[in-house]
Design a protein around this ligand. Structure first.
Ligand code: NAD
Length: 483
């Protein structure tokens, strides 16, 4: 259990401070307190991790699916046993309230369990040939060494969502976590180590200069795939960089989710969903409602219910009991809320709840922003166009289904969308016309280890979770045989 709060890297089965002397600090966003000093990986550390993963690939890719499955089951049990420790680390490092942090750990563990089961399923095929005496068979084989980069907002589950299918498939991994949440990453790797994954199968390298590690991933030929979760901006850099060696790429990028309340919806029920979706993780989830569209006939009761619920949210240190909304991850995020708000107010929006940084003894050292609700929001405002990634809820009235579906699709993003209605025809029309890869119908959480998660348009490439999440780590090989 000592490794749980380990601030080291994990390379070739051993904990290490690496070869350099440089380090970077991490902070608790609720208190401003420094948590740890984390090593900055040197070039040698990263090449060492990649070559450990390359060596391990030979035997790991030849192990049986049953052997790999067994280790993932063990990791699943261990992770659940450590739920409390992991949840506290999440709360400390990025501010998520404990209750939500425990949910994240269970979600993270689900990927280990689900891929322990699913890896027994990818069968090959025997295909008929147009030529007499010829047969084709197909095999599914692991892609190879994977370079993985993960964000801070779900610092445990975004790691298992990549590592579980990768190692299940027989791939080996070098992972760089977000610089805000390296302790969470080390705790996940401690689980994998204690579960008995052989040396080199998973490797953790840390840095506060992410582009340097990404460069190693992009230019080392043994790294056959890049998997990334983070902003669209960085995703585009990686996609361009991966072109030189034609690496496979999976990208889970930003979102700008429309949350549509049609005229037949129950405004109270929809308001409850909108507030839960918007203020999930203090607004810092890629699937958070970003633009809340309400049929004009429901505007008054819906707004009343949203404001009532928002005023009931307790903001505070995620480690404290009863807190609903924690701090934002850092002060840059708070500055961004102020800038987006100023832009909206300057163009005619109105704040009807919240609207500023929180002040007072409990808040002054942390990165807290009030849950905020705005009306009179228009499509050209930053708040409509950008991924807000914080606790601002813009409410926009609409008059017709066609109008709202056009507004909803008027974005470069295509991750999650939400629809509130009980009219079957309307629901199907909306689901089919929305250019988003995940749609919640009267459902604010259309996600699970079993369900493919991902985006279209500038929200990404590839899927995580489900059968599709395993295919991302497999190559189909065809063999022609003449009898
Ligand atoms: P970010 O892109 O800045 O950081 C994400 C990761 O990329 C971190 O590990 C960071 O160190 C690394 N990184 C930063 N610059 C890099 C570079 N030049 N080269 C290589 N790596 C680099 O994103 P963020 O703002 O910290 O995270 C939030 C973003 O992640 C949001 O846009 C959110 O929507 C997205 N996200 C998407 C999903 C999804 O599944 N689609 C899930 C969670 C978060």
């Amino acid at each position: 259990v000592a490794a749980i709060t380990c601030n080291q890297m994990y390379i070739d089965g051993a904990w290490t401070e690496g070869m350099g002397r440089a380090s970077f600090p991490t902070f608790d966003p609720a208190t401003g307190r420094q948590l740890a000093e984390i090593p900055v990986a040197t070039s040698e550390d990263v090449t060492g991790a990649i070559s450990a993963a390359s060596h391990a690939f030979t035997s790991w890719s030849e192990s049986t699916a049953y052997e790999r499955s067994e280790l993932l089951y063990t990791a699943h049990h261990l992770m659940l046993e450590r739920t409390e420790l992991l949840a506290r680390l999440i709360a400390q490092e990025m501010g998520k309230p404990l209750r939500a942090a425990r949910n994240e750990v269970r979600y993270a563990a689900d990927f280990l369990l689900w891929y322990a089961e699913e890896i027994k399923r990818p069968y090959g095929e025997l295909l008929p040939s147009p030529r007499r005496g010829q047969r084709f068979i197909t095999l599914s084989q692991p892609v190879g060494v994977i370079g993985a980069i993960t964000p801070w907002n779900y610092p445990v589950s975004m790691i298992t969502r990549k590592i579980a299918p990768a190692v299940a498939a027989g791939c080996t991994v070098v992972l760089k976590p977000a610089e805000q949440t390296p302790l969470c990453a080390a705790a996940v790797f401690a689980v994998l180590h204690d579960a008995g994954l052989p040396p080199g199968v998973v490797n953790l390298v840390t840095t506060d200069r992410p582009a340097s590690i990404a460069q190693h991933f992009l230019t080392t030929s043994s790294v056959r795939k890049i998997t990334f979760t983070g902003s669209t901006q960085v995703g585009k850099l990686l996609l361009r960089g991966a072109a030189d060696q034609v690496k496979r790429v999976s990208l889970e990028l930003g979102g700008n989710a429309p949350f549509i309340v049609f005229e037949d919806a129950n405004p109270e029920h929809a308001a409850k969903g909108a507030v839960l979706s918007k203020f999930l993780n203090a607004g810092q989830a890629c699937i958070c409602a970003n633009r809340i569209y309400v049929h004009r006939s429901l505007l008054a009761p819906f707004v009343e219910a949203v404001v009532r619920r928002v005023k009931g949210l307790l903001v505070g240190n995620g480690l404290h009991d009863g807190v609903d909304v924690g701090p934002l991850v850092d002060s840059t995020a708070v500055d961004k809320m102020e800038a987006i708000l100023e832009d909206a107010l300057g163009r005619g929006a109105r704040v009807i709840a919240g609207g500023s940084r929180l002040k007072g003894a409990a808040y002054d050292d942390g990165c807290f922003f009030e849950p905020t609700v705005l009306l009179d929001v228009s499509p050209e405002m930053r708040i409509s166009r950008e991924e807000i990634f914080g606790p601002l809820a813009p409410i926009i009235a609409f008059d017709s289904d066609d109008e709202v579906l056009a507004l909803a699709n008027d974005t470069a993003y295509g991750l999650a969308a939400y629809v509130y209605s009980h009219d079957l025809s309307r629901v199907f029309r909306a689901v089919e016309r929305l250019e988003f890869a995940m749609v919640g119908v009267n459902d604010i959480n259309p996600t699970a280890a079993a369900a493919p998660f991902g985006g279209v348009k500038e929200s990404g490439l590839g899927r995580e979770g489900g059968r599709q999440g395993l295919e991302e780590y497999l190559v189909t090989k065809v063999v022609g045989i003449v009898l």
